[in-house]
Design a protein. Structure first.
Length: 115
């Protein structure tokens, strides 16, 4: 089970940190990701970190967002800086292991960026 939190209302240019905690499984065996879904739009990948620690980012967040994980604490984080209005969305934590056919989602956390 994945539990995302940390969302809220923030002014443009501000920062938020989203933690995702896992229970019942060990995150180090999965590729961890953050996705987001804005109102009326499809869910999109924001960032991923592989089991080996390799990261990737959507072009729209490169240089502003940072994904990290703490295997010892079974936690994944998304540090979001220089937030823009277009970053407003529900953010979801995901754990996947394609060769196992496994993909798990947490409940979303709403991030609202205001002008």
């Amino acid at each position: 089970q994945l539990q995302a939190s940390g969302g809220g209302l923030v002014q443009a240019g501000g920062s938020l940190r989203l933690p995702c905690a896992a229970s019942g499984s060990t995150l180090k065996f999965y590729t961890m990701g953050w996705y987001r879904q804005a109102s009326g739009k499809r869910r999109e990948l924001v960032s991923q970190v592989t089991r080996a620690g390799t990261t990737n980012y959507a072009d729209s967040v490169k240089g502003r967002f940072t994904i990290s994980k703490d295997d010892a604490k079974n936690m994944v984080y998304l540090q979001m800086n220089s937030l823009k209005l277009v970053d407003t969305a529900v953010y979801y934590c995901n754990a996947e292991r394609l060769e196992w056919g496994a993909s798990y989602w947490g409940q979303g956390t709403l991030v609202t960026v205001s002008s």
